[in-house]
Design a protein around this ligand. Structure first.
Ligand code: SDX
Length: 436
């Protein structure tokens, strides 16, 4: 049923149930996406909609990121991802996502200064690491430590105080690095390395991760560039599972630290950000098996195998993930730079080729996603597999912050509380124990 335009120029759709017809508003996005606004559906018709996993449901309007899954388009505040990947830095992209425009020199300088000022952890928080086993997963530590920031900076609980929120945003964005690096040092039994104010965002992280007190550590600017690229590519992706979690938790007016801590937990899942870890295990298994990728492509097609090609497929992209394209090129460059060819990269390319020539994957439009090649670069940089999803979280932090802030500043925001269709037992009564 095509939209119809009413006398006052509004776009409407018609909904007919039995012998009754209702006009429902149609919302049109910047890129001509159309949505039926069902905000009054239940009040008007008594019906709700059912859409498990929100496959067809927009939970909000947003001005932050635009995705076109059919055409493989990704833009942050209207700027194409390939331009930002080539020309920008992670801190500049974080500012763009959070504050809505590319910063001028003064704005960028002030923002960078804020991040420099807030990079250290409270000394009492350092002691939290003593309680974790060396085998603790760094995503568990990251979520717990981010939540604990709300105990050390209680002013973050005043979610409507813009000035306090600026400081909270800077603290979170800056300390994510420190928390992550400290969890790596803990896992390898090395002393924590404090942030250095004379280093850039990514250089500071690399220094905290890889320098040791026993000898000088020179940050490699090429590696800084690659890290900026990876963090830019992960910075936002509209209403993905973890960002929707941040919005859901934040909609109750939970503070930023609590909302992002929940988002970190959602990202950890192997179907979401945890996939980058799983890709490496899958590639290693293919290497160890030795019979080549086709066996695993065939296994992934067998529903009962429980095996999927990790790093493949996407809820929105039904074309090549633009981020995966950029990371694949970067992976080649990193291998050349490190002069250490990684057999897993060759296996990944062979796996991609085998899958993309298989009707099962072609028919279902399953392409490599952001997680397929990223782990190969992290590994080449010396980052352990169990830190890959932490790297994803550091990259996604500005996106999570931007969506939480957009929601908090939207006067129409209401607490997220979906409906359900009840399928349990009809009215019953309590049965005393001797009659059960
Ligand atoms: C991220 O949402 C975002 O934007 C996420 C993200 C971001 O930046 O925030 O892009 C980051 O999470 C990327 C995705 C990382 N996850 C993985 O790589 C895990 C492997 N991929 C799949 O599990 C799957 O593709 C999902 C979870 C990514 C998407 O799942 P959907 O949209 O629910 O699709 P589906 O599971 O219903 O699959 C549709 C069909 C099914 O077959 P049929 O029932 O039609 O016969 O495709 C098949 C699936 O079995 N399928 C796969 C497959 N992915 C889907 N078959 C084999 N291998 C795969 N990887």
């Amino acid at each position: 049923m095509p939209d119809k335009v009413t006398s006052n120029g509004e776009l409407k759709a018609e909904l007919r149930i039995a012998d009754k017809t209702w006009e429902v508003p149609v919302v049109v996005g910047t890129e001509d996406e159309h949505a039926i606004d069902i905000g009054k559906l239940r009040a008007q018709t008594g019906y709700v909609t059912l859409d498990p996993a929100y496959m067809n449901t927009a939970s909000t309007k947003s001005a932050i990121t635009y995705l076109d899954g059919e055409r493989g388009i990704l833009r942050y505040r209207g700027i194409p991802i390939d331009e930002l990947a080539e020309k920008s830095t992670f801190v500049e992209v974080a500012y763009l996502l959070i504050y809505g425009h590319l910063p001028n020199k003064t704005e960028l300088g002030g923002f960078s200064e804020q991040l420099t000022r807030h990079s250290m952890l409270h000394e009492d928080m350092k002691r939290f690491y003593d309680g974790y086993p060396g085998t603790a997963h760094p995503m568990a530590i990251l979520s717990a430590m981010v939540l604990s920031l709300s105990s050390f900076y209680p002013e973050a609980l005043d979610v409507k105080n813009r000035a306090e929120q600026e400081a909270t945003i800077a603290r979170l964005l800056s300390k994510m690095r420190t928390i992550a690096a400290f969890s790596f040092k803990k896992s390898i039994g090395q002393p924590f390395v404090y942030p250095k104010n004379n280093l850039s965002y990514c250089a500071n992280f690399l220094n905290m991760m890889f320098s040791v007190p026993a000898e000088p550590y020179a940050v490699d600017e090429d590696i800084v560039k690659v890290l900026n690229l990876l963090l830019i590519l992960h910075a936002d992706h509209e209403q993905n599972c973890s960002t929707s979690t941040v919005r859901q938790v934040g909609s109750s007016q939970a503070n930023l630290f609590a909302s992002i801590s929940a988002g970190i937990c959602a990202l950890w899942g192997p179907l979401h950000g945890g996939a980058n870890e799983e890709v490496l295990s899958m590639l290693q298994a293919i290497k160890d098996d030795g019979s080549g990728p086709k066996k695993f492509v065939d296994l992934a097609k067998q529903k009962d195998s429980g095996f999927r090609l990790m790093g493949f497929g996407h809820r929105v992209y039904k074309n090549y993930d633009p981020r995966a394209k950029i990371i694949k090129v970067a992976a080649d460059k990193v291998m050349q730079k490190m002069k250490q060819p990684d057999p897993l990269l060759d296996i990944a390319k062979a796996l991609e080729e085998a899958a993309l020539s298989d009707p099962y994957f072609v028919e279902r439009k399953l392409y490599p996603n952001v997680d397929f090649y990223s782990g190969i670069i992290y590994r080449a940089l010396g980052i352990p597999t169990n830190m890959f999803t932490v790297m994803f979280a550091i990259g996604r932090t500005p996106g999570w912050i931007a969506h939480w802030k957009e929601m908090m500043e939207d006067p129409t925001t209401k607490i997220f509380r979906p409906r359900q269709i009840y399928t349990g037992p009809p009215l019953g009564h309590y049965i005393p124990m001797d009659r059960r």
